[in-house]
Ligand binder design. Structure first.
Ligand code: F0G
Length: 483
């Protein structure tokens, strides 16, 4: 909860306390350089024991509540018809009001089932913006991704409160020119991940869904990042802020609005799992056969019953404003610190994490030397925290082998829900400010091993010069013996 200090500064006070902790390790800067080398200068390949703050993702690493842990002890282990499943189904009905639920082991498993069921080769899928796994599943099924996020969504800095909104004019034009029969579905992603965790407004979702439905197009909601989006609707949208409309009211409306919603429970609900929910029995019946085929029987879908019990509690907890506000207000605090030092970041602050604009941060590097990848590595040298490259390395090459440069070169520093403290956030900001002051020492990277698909996961890179050693020497000079 933000509270005002005597200085007038707003502080994102933690409304929880740690009752179980995990020790962390902060290696000396020289060892951070060495660990990065061993990991092919790819933050995905670092060993977690060499990482101080793991800001790679929030997926499956959010803090769980004591009520969630308590619920895990009350699980009913059974292949079929487990009580746990019915309790989870009940929680989903309560939160979203949707009568039909298919469990899956994680978000991309839901995408697999949805895309296999509803995409015919050659059809388009309209969406505000893609997520990596979503795009891969659509393409595997012969579909085409058509992104219609409003143009400000792709601008790094803005003061627009809902940068994830769809461009309604483009939506109408796409339907007119493509024809409803050639559109598999409209997909709206809450808390639009790849453009910096940017929310979508309720007004925009209502309008887009109405247009699609009246053209007879199926509507699908990716609710993986819903809890941040709920916070922003309540906080930033006139119809909801300062009124008695609750997070629960907003969630119920969304549950009713879309034909199908799905989520990664590694994010929504703070466990490890996923699910597809729908209002329509015909759609449920169309998908049902793929669940036992890919996931597991219909009453567990690849999840452990313990996770399912914790998910039921986690979904109910995601209706609590003080729980869901914690990530966005921490992101805002980090963004504010960085903006104060003129560091280029995505604005306004969104959910999920802080997104540093590597394109501008490393503007002395050619884009062919991977600015976001280089910044990810340099940030690990500077502070032992690892973020995720969300730029050209995350793209795949064009068919002719040339680089496809990303629309944005970002370093994502994810803030798993209720995991880090404010002093850790301040530490990250401090080391990034130091790095920004020394950014001319950051050099580029080149691939030594470049897989054809998903190169960002497994690819290995090397620095184009001895810049990591020079950066480490400067760190020693400035910080002495400090870690
Ligand atoms: N949709 C969105 C919006 C996501 O952010 C993710 C995962 C998925 C679908 C897939 O879910 O991982 O459970 O299979 N995002 C993670 C991230 C990986 O780091 O942002 P999953």
């Amino acid at each position: 909860m933000p509270v005002k200090f005597r200085s007038g500064e707003n502080i994102p006070l933690e409304m929880h306390k740690a009752r179980m902790v995990q020790n962390l390790n902060l290696l000396p800067v020289e060892d951070r350089v060495k660990a990065s080398q061993e990991a092919g200068n790819n933050t995905f390949l670092l060993k977690n024991r060499d990482v101080f703050l793991d800001m790679l993702t929030d997926s499956g690493v959010n803090a769980m509540s004591q009520a969630q842990f308590a619920a895990m002890m009350n699980a009913d282990d059974s292949y079929a018809g487990s009580e746990t499943f019915y309790r989870l189904e009940e929680a989903i009905k309560e939160v979203f009001s949707t009568p039909f639920f298919l469990p899956a082991h994680q978000g991309r498993a839901c995408e697999n089932i949805i895309c296999q069921t509803f995409i015919k080769p050659g059809q388009s899928v309209l969406m505000n913006y893609h997520f990596t796994t979503t795009k891969a599943h659509i393409m595997r099924n012969g579909g085409k991704v058509v992104e219609i996020v409003r143009k400000e969504g792709l601008e790094v800095t803005s003061d627009l409160p809902f940068k994830g909104d769809l461009d309604i004019g483009r939506l109408r034009r796409e339907i007119e020119t493509t024809g409803a029969a050639n559109i598999a579905f409209l997909r709206i992603e809450a808390g639009t991940n790849l453009i910096g965790g940017q929310p979508v407004s309720m007004a925009n979702m209502r309008e887009a869904v109405n247009i699609a439905k009246s053209a007879g197009i199926l509507t699908i909601f990716d609710a993986s990042l819903l809890s941040d989006n709920l916070y922003f609707i309540k906080q930033r949208e006139k119809e909801f802020s300062g009124t008695n409309k609750s997070i629960k009211d907003i969630t119920l409306e969304l549950g009713k609005m879309f034909d199908i919603s799905y989520f990664s429970a590694r994010k929504l609900g703070c466990v490890r799992g996923g699910g597809i929910i729908t209002n329509r029995e015909d759609l449920y019946n169309a998908m049902i056969g793929l669940v036992p085929l890919y996931e597991g029987f219909l009453t567990y879908g690849g999840m452990s019953v313990r996770e399912m019990e914790a998910l039921a509690v986690g979904l109910r907890e995601s209706l609590d404003f003080h729980i869901i506000e914690q990530t966005p207000i921490f992101v805002e605090a980090l963004v504010k610190e960085l903006l104060g030092a003129n560091i280029p970041v995505v604005t306004p602050a969104g959910g999920l994490g802080c997104h540093v604009n590597a394109f501008a941060f490393c503007d002395h590097l050619p884009q062919s030397q991977y600015r976001a990848g280089s910044l990810a590595v340099a940030a690990f040298f500077a502070g032992g925290f690892r973020g995720m490259e969300r730029g050209t390395i995350s793209e795949e090459r064009n068919a002719d082998g040339s680089e496809r440069y990303a629309e944005m070169e970002l370093l994502r520093l994810a803030l798993p829900k209720r995991v880090f403290t404010l002093s850790q956030i301040k530490y990250v900001a401090d080391r990034l400010v130091w790095l920004y002051e020394n950014r001319n020492l950051i050099g580029g990277l080149r691939f030594t091993f470049e897989p054809k698909i998903l190169r960002f996961f497994f690819g290995r890179l090397e620095p184009v010069s001895d810049w990591p050693q020079k950066l480490a020497q400067k760190f020693r000079k400035d910080f002495g013996d400090s870690l």
